[in-house]
Design a protein around this ligand. Structure first.
Ligand SMILES: [Zn+2]
Length: 136
């Protein structure tokens, strides 16, 4: 509800939206502009805030454009496997036990990697540059 289209340009099959978003920062109302590129045929949407690329979650600017195009559902490609509840994950198949003798080697390795990935994620979360390096 804080987003508004301020400009639209057509570039071939792509539509380029300028989205203005009102936000409250330190008690003051400010607005920021974002560019969302939309391709209706492929249901492609890309915003220059890059939230999807960095966090794996489609941003409000992109969703706002999808809504403008009467798309009631977020395209499947924008719901990453990690957020889905309808997929089977390798590590969930394994019974995790705190008893060393009952845990499998695979479970231990999954647990160890998860802890390391979590630490890396936390270290990189505060900077776009770090996120790009981690993603690469
Ligand atoms: Zn965005």
């Amino acid at each position: 509800m804080y987003c508004e289209v301020v400009d639209t340009k057509e570039d071939g099959a792509f539509l380029k939206y300028q989205i203005s978003e009102d936000m409250i920062i330190a008690g003051k109302k400010k607005s920021a502009n974002f560019t969302v590129i939309f391709h209706e045929f492929d249901s492609e949407v890309k915003c220059n805030c890059s939230k999807f690329e960095f966090r794996g979650i489609l941003c409000r600017h992109a969703i706002y454009v999808l809504i403008k195009h009467k798309m009631d559902l977020i395209p499947d490609k924008y719901i990453l496997r990690r957020w889905r509840k309808d997929v089977t994950r390798r590590h969930t198949k394994i019974k995790i036990s705190y008893n060393e003798s009952n845990a499998t080697l695979e479970a231990h390795q999954c647990d160890k990697m998860q802890k390391t990935f979590d630490e890396i994620k936390e270290l990189a979360a505060d900077s776009e540059e770090k996120c790009v390096i981690v993603m690469a």
